[in-house]
Write a protein that binds this ligand. Structure first.
Ligand code: FAD
Ligand code: NAD
Length: 467
């Protein structure tokens, strides 16, 4: 079994790399340790979380928004078992879709843990203990990441849980205590808050989604507070203990006072770390960074060993499915002799709360720190006809443009369907559009996208029409 390329890991980085290699005529194999393909994203990440977010959003609207639309429902109730079953069906449909794509592209799938024997030989250890060896001229490591833990806190996976267990609960928590006000915490916190749980968020930094433009975190906190979530910002968790069905989380306030919260579940969502266990990297001398255990790669995503590449969550940069996919494509095309390029500044970030949060490019904080002179244009959704019609009045679009050239440097939005709307900003920035360029382009009325045009108008000459 000799291949041009062996891909280890079948998440969005790995399976996209494998498909692109096959499209380019390279004989390709993919190795996956679990018995379904798709990695974190399809099995325990993006897809199941979005399925539960959609289901819980329907329930929340039926319970709270339908009435204002003149729709009355009686005896509304949640069949949580059905909600989780549907989520599983969505996951199964997606993962079997990847199996279909592997067959269609004539990619050999090897189930088992892949580890390096030497730089061209991968031993695949199957669940039954048997081993096979495959060889490849090139190897792409796409082994992803796993949840970070806190050294002083034991995750028992029953009451003190990670996102993986939070996606597979058998009941809606009464009180979910969340450690970490980042993407996972706020998405899964939203799911359970909508379904009736009390949700308390303990965040170490002084704002939620702290790596995004500060204005987004402030607005999102306001909306999630209306949903009933409570926030302890700037608080430091010191421990969590389980007694029966109860979890007690202890933490220090910014003034150093000791506090505790009792809940029935505690979700630890404090980031993820690169996953390289069992790969045998030391056998071939691949180096990993001390912090986060990420595999070190050069600008071509090649490791310290020639012909061995790494992509996705296991290397530096944002831990996002589309970033992993882009890197998979890049490495495949390089192996085939092409010269592809990724502009990391233009990888959008999205939080799938409602309203959704989406951003691309530089934040105001980054521009200030770099001493770049910029202008700002904002447009609130409460001034959008489309948002009035749907009743989604929270949020805004904020455009940051270069003060001298008007080139768009960053777009930050929170509002209805922002996850889809951010694509316009990515295209604009890829083609180095100015705010005026966008403000002169026709946007269908009434759509949420008009808010993007209005924010650009506001940035251009402060001449938004509807505010
Ligand atoms: P992974 O998807 O982690 O895949 C790695 C694969 O490698 C796994 O299948 C693993 O079993 C396999 N593997 C590991 N070691 C070996 C080995 N030695 N041999 C064989 N196989 C091995 N990102 C977004 O962009 N949008 C979202 O909405 C989003 N939502 C998320 C929600 C949650 C709850 C979580 C946890 C993550 C979410 N992410 C989201 C992040 C996203 O899932 C990751 O960025 C993405 O999956 C990374 O892809 P990857 O290919 O690098 O690795
Ligand atoms: P995150 O980095 O988004 O958020 C972690 C949060 O925990 C941060 O706000 C951090 O300040 C806080 N924190 C860290 N240590 C803490 C402590 N001791 N006490 C209190 N707070 C603490 O990480 P995450 O939410 O775990 O998500 C992991 C990764 O998965 C992210 O990198 C993200 O990109 C990816 N993801 C993406 C999406 C999406 O694209 N929609 C969804 C889910 C996950």
């Amino acid at each position: 079994m000799q291949y041009d390329v062996i891909v280890i890991g079948s998440g969005p980085g790995g399976y996209v790399a494998a498909i692109r290699c096959a499209q380019l005529g390279l004989k390709t194999a993919i190795v996956e340790k679990y018995n379904t393909l798709g990695g974190t994203c399809l099995n325990v990440g993006c897809i199941p979380s979005k399925a539960l977010l959609d289901s819980s959003e329907h329930y929340h609207n039926a319970a709270h928004a339908f009435k204002t639309h003149g729709i009355n429902l009686e005896n509304l109730s949640i069949d949580f078992g059905q909600m989780v079953k549907r989520k599983k069906e969505v996951v199964d449909a997606n993962t079997s879709g990847i199996s279909y794509l592997m067959k269609k592209n004539k990619i050999d799938t090897h189930f088992g843990v892949g580890s390096f024997k030497d730089k061209n030989t991968i031993t695949v250890k199957k669940a039954d203990g048997t081993e096979t060896e495959i060889t490849g001229k090139n190897v792409i490591i796409a082994t992803g990441s796993k949840p970070s833990a806190l050294p002083f806190l034991k995750i028992d996976k029953k009451r003190i849980i990670t996102s993986t267990e939070a996606l597979n609960l058998t009941e809606v928590p009464k009180h979910l205590v969340l450690i970490g006000g980042g993407v996972i915490g706020l998405e899964l916190g939203s799911v359970y808050a909508r379904l009736g749980a009390k949700v308390s968020v303990i965040e170490f930094m002084d704002g939620i989604i702290p790596t995004m433009d500060k204005a987004l975190g402030r607005e999102l906190q306001k909306v999630l507070t209306k949903l009933g979530m409570e926030f302890y910002l700037g608080h430091k968790v010191t421990g969590a203990t389980v007694t029966g069905d109860e979890v007690t989380v202890t933490f220090d306030t910014p003034r150093g006072e000791k506090k505790e919260l009792k809940g029935d579940y505690c979700l630890v969502a404090v980031g993820r770390v690169a996953y390289t266990d069992g790969l045998g990297l030391d056998k071939i001398g691949i180096t990993v960074e001390e912090r986060g255990r990420k595999i070190t790669v050069n600008d071509h995503l090649e490791t310290s060993v020639k012909g061995v590449y790494a992509i996705g969550d296991v290397i530096k940069g944002a831990m996002l499915a589309h970033k992993a996919e882009d890197e998979g494509t890049l490495v495949a095309e390089q192996i085939a002799g092409q010269k592809p390029h990724i502009d990391y500044n233009l990888i959008p970030g999205v939080v799938y709360t409602w309203p959704e949060v989406a951003a691309v490019g530089q934040t105001e904080e980054q521009l200030k720190a770099a001493g770049v002179k910029y202008k700002t244009g904002s447009f609130p959704f409460k001034a959008s006809g489309r948002a009035r019609a749907s009743g989604d009045l929270d949020g805004f679009v904020k455009v940051l443009a270069d003060a001298a050239t008007d080139e768009i440097l960053g777009v930050h939005m929170i509002g209805p369907r922002a996850a889809d709307m951010i694509a316009e900003a990515v295209v604009a920035m890829e083609y180095r559009a100015s705010a005026e360029d966008i403000s002169r382009m026709s946007h269908a009325h009434p759509t949420y996208t008009e808010a993007m045009r209005e924010a650009c108008l506001a940035a251009t000459e402060n001449r938004a029409i509807h505010i």
